[in-house]
Design a protein around this ligand. Structure first.
Ligand code: GLU
Length: 531
């Protein structure tokens, strides 16, 4: 089966069609990423169409804010739209609530061609029908009552103002044959398909009518959407047939599930806003790399063993043919691994630029989604930390680059950096017991050992630059004299100098901060331990 239409001369046009909830998370990034990749790969267009005909799903009823929050978030991760409400295009308007007269026109056309009919059934009757069907263990379906009303009579009732909807008149015999990129040929018995409502009582379209009409008018060549729409696909195929329109290529992709394999991805597992993820310090490279691997892998011949791909490589390699039919599960460890790998791919200079850019343009930036969802406590603390350190980082870029180079090999996400670089920028720690390894040694033993090792280290540091050998000899040598494990003494020095049990290589850290600063830390640590 072909993956993306390759009719020569035809521009490949794909669309994302979200409701304006304002929410963008790893699941929706993954949902709309294929469109972007295939549009870029083919030199086609990636289009944003806002499906706001279901007013319940608008962000706080302000669809403008929801739309712009989404666009801002997609663009922050690098998913750019070539046409849409924010940039216009030849096939607008790109917001469905601004196209109501178009849907009405096409619904009327179906009525006039005998492919649709007016239905006057009350919601009470429909509810009762459903209840009865449920009790009889039948599939809930409209019983086609109003299909038998003569068109002239129905038209009169409509003209007299009687409440009605428009339903599609699905054939009751034969089969509908659908072609799907991932699933191949799908055949359904027409008698099993409901007479779908196309236009609601308030004159607004349902998804079914609006998406078919828009995909046609917007010249969409490949529709990629969630597999939750697969059961409705025959209805859409039939609508194309009713209108006599060419059917675009359709691919229904699975969602990302929670790690336990159940339910749609929830907030607890990474379905929080992608802007929050970026604030946490996931890079757009890491986000796109992880997202695309949820349910897709390139052909084994070209796949990278380490699963790390740049955005350009993903564009080059992506195809629908290698997309899984089953849903991927969210895997935080894999996401972290991928992000860490991308961090390590930068040159030190690039990394420093990215960290500063992250601090200024992600952490401290006010995004539209912040108006919708508000900031979480950790985001507020992170902003405070970044506000404190950013001027210090920028004040001495050479020092910043050196400090950062030590972390580049270890860090998983950028939000670890303010705390992990803190010891280079502050003069005093508020030590707490948890910053020390006190399993084998008491505070007073640690204080005494630090005092002696400090004197010995002073001798070597004060004479100039210190080699690894000298450093090891002093610390290890003294640990032996004490009959301590060397690790216990190294850890004590580490806690004193960095305020933490884990940090980059200690000698390098001391070299960057300078012995004069390290010694102040050690003296203060001895005082703290001796209290
Ligand atoms: N508005 C629909 C949704 O969010 C779009 C589905 C589609 O891509 O056609 O599920």
């Amino acid at each position: 089966m072909s993956s993306v239409r390759s009719d020569m001369n035809k521009e490949i046009r794909l669309r994302a069609a979200p409701s304006p909830t304002g929410k963008v998370h790893i699941g929706t990034v993954r949902a709309y990423l294929p469109n972007f990749l295939l549009a870029r790969k083919s030199g086609g267009k990636n289009i944003l169409r806002v499906e706001d005909t279901d007013s319940k799903r608008n962000a706080f009823g302000d669809s403008q804010l929801g739309v712009h929050a989404m666009i801002e978030a997609y663009e922050a991760v690098g998913i750019v739209f070539d046409e849409g409400p924010h940039v216009g295009g030849d096939y607008g308007p790109y917001v469905q609530s601004e196209r109501l007269d178009i849907y009405k026109k096409y619904a009327d056309e179906l009525i006039n061609n005998g492919h649709a009919y007016y239905c006057f059934c009350s919601s009470e009757r429909l509810a009762e029908l459903r209840e009865n069907q449920k009790a009889l263990k039948q599939r809930p379906m409209y019983d086609r009552l109003c299909r038998s009303i003569k068109p002239e009579e129905a038209k009169k009732r409509v003209a007299s103002g009687e409440a009605h909807v428009i339903r599609m008149k699905f054939p009751t015999e034969g089969e509908t044959v659908c072609h799907e990129v991932l699933f191949g040929e799908i055949r359904v018995k027409n008698q099993d398909i409901d007479d779908q409502v196309l236009l609601k009582q308030n004159g607004w379209p349902t998804y079914h009518l609006a998406s078919v009409v828009d995909d046609h008018l917007m010249r969409i060549t490949t529709v990629i959407r969630g597999d939750d729409w697969l059961p409705s696909y025959p209805k859409h195929v039939k609508l194309y047939e009713f209108f006599g329109w060419e059917i675009p290529e359709f691919a229904h992709l699975p969602m990302i599930l929670n790690p336990d394999g159940h339910k749609k991805l929830s907030k607890r597992y990474g379905a929080n806003s992608i802007i929050a993820k970026m604030r946490e310090g996931y890079l757009k490279e890491g986000i796109l790399n992880y997202a695309i691997l949820c349910g897709w892998a390139p052909d084994a011949k070209v796949a990278h063993q380490d699963e790390i791909y740049s955005i350009d490589e993903i564009i080059e390699l992506f195809d629908l043919a290698h997309m899984n039919k089953t849903a991927a599960r969210y895997d935080q460890n894999k996401f972290d691994y991928i992000n860490g790998k991308h961090i390590r791919r930068f040159t030190p200079e690039q990394f420093a630029d990215r960290v500063l850019d992250w601090a200024e343009n992600i952490v401290l930036k006010h995004f539209k989604v912040d108006v919708i969802s508000g900031l979480e406590d950790w985001e507020i603390s992170l902003q405070a930390e970044v506000k404190k350190y950013l001027p210090l980082w920028k004040a001495d870029i050479t020092k910043f680059n050196k400090c950062l180079a030590l972390e580049q090999e270890r860090v998983v996400k950028l939000s670890e950096l303010p705390a992990s670089l803190a010891y280079f920028y502050i003069d005093e720690f508020n030590y707490s017991d948890s910053d020390w390894n006190m399993k084998n040694r008491s505070k007073s033993e640690l204080a005494a050992a630090l005092k002696e090792v400090f004197d010995r280290l002073s001798v070597i540091f004060e004479k100039g630059s210190v080699t690894h050998e000298e450093w090891e000899k002093v610390v290890r040598g003294y640990a032996e004299e004490l009959d301590w494990k060397a690790g216990d003494l190294f850890l004590a020095v580490r806690s004193a100098v960095t305020g933490r049990l884990q940090s980059p290589p200690l000698l390098e850290s001391i070299e960057i901060m300078g012995w004069h600063k390290a010694r102040i830390f050690i003296e203060k640590a001895i005082t703290w331990l001796s209290k």
